[in-house]
Write a new protein. Structure first.
Ligand SMILES: Nc1nc2c(c(=O)[nH]1)N[C@H]1C(S)=C(S)[C@@H](COP(=O)(O)O)O[C@H]1N2
Ligand SMILES: [Mo]
Length: 247
């Protein structure tokens, strides 16, 4: 479809899962105060949060605790959890050396820290947010991408979401397989232990709960892209943002 045929607001309605701020802050009171809670308790808080965030029809927005103005998005209605020990990231498809990495193996690789503004295509923005991780290009190089490869597909352990990049985009230095946000381990709500961080693109490209990287011969549109978002999700230049009237 053309970039602005149904307008940003229609896409926004599809993505937004508005939620009452009071309810959320109440449900997440413990986490919001930064009090340490055990893993099972955190899990219950996360699930309460996801359940409320996905059902409240009237509220304002789903601000995540921890400050900064992040909002929670998940097309699944639970926050999926994977412990550091159980986590695996597979790299397969058109590569000579398919691999499966533990979190320890990923964090032992050369790391890159980027500080950029986070921007969701629906309009909210979080300035100057640090993400740390392995360059996607490093993982691709280690796996030996075959000559016929043209794109990369990302899958997630929520079992629902997917994303994609062209191989050229994937090889940019600012595409990370990220395990830290703001210099802390990624929380489950933010897609931990590992999410994609596609720095130059709208945040929907940054697939949370990343579990698979598959090298393919053509771009397979991701979850939101099937619903109208641009595959090339450049901030400021896509999803209708670059075709303002010229007169
Ligand atoms: N697996 C998965 N990743 C996802 C999404 C999702 O629903 N599921 N939503 C995307 C969208 S639209 C945004 S804006 C960001 C939100 O990230 P946050 O919840 O850390 O703020 O995650 C992106 N990655
Ligand atoms: Mo988003």
């Amino acid at each position: 479809m053309t970039a602005n045929s149904d307008g940003g607001s229609a896409r926004g309605r599809r993505e937004d899962r508005p939620v009452g701020r009071r309810i959320i802050l109440g449900a997440l009171g413990v986490g919001a105060l930064g009090v340490a809670v055990g893993a099972p308790a955190q899990r219950r808080l996360d699930d309460t949060f996801a359940a409320v965030a996905s059902k409240d029809p009237t509220g304002l927005f789903s601000l995540l605790p921890g400050g900064g103005g992040f909002r929670f998005y998940s097309v699944a209605d639970k926050v999926p959890h994977r412990s550091a020990d159980d986590y695996r990231l597979t790299v397969d498809g058109l590569v000579d050396r398919p691999a499966s990495y533990t979190l320890d193996e990923l964090t032992a690789m050369p790391s890159t820290r980027l500080v950029r503004d986070v921007q969701c295509v629906t309009g909210w923005r979080v300035p100057r947010t640090a993400f740390t991780g392995v360059q996607l290009s490093h993982l691709l190089d280690v796996s030996g991408v075959r000559p016929e490869a043209a794109a990369v597909r990302f899958t997630c352990f929520d079992g629902v979401y997917s994303e994609s990049l062209t191989l050229e985009q994937a090889r940019r230095h600012d595409m990370l397989v990220s395990y830290k946000m703001r210099d802390e381990p990624l929380t489950a709500a933010h897609g931990g232990p590992v999410r994609l961080y596609a720095a130059p693109m709208y945040f929907y490209k940054s697939a949370k709960w990343l579990s698979g990287i598959t090298v393919t011969d053509h771009v397979q549109p991701g979850y939101w892209e099937h619903l109208g978002y641009d595959v090339d999700g450049w901030v400021g230049k896509s999803n209708g943002r670059d075709d303002a009237p010229t007169s």
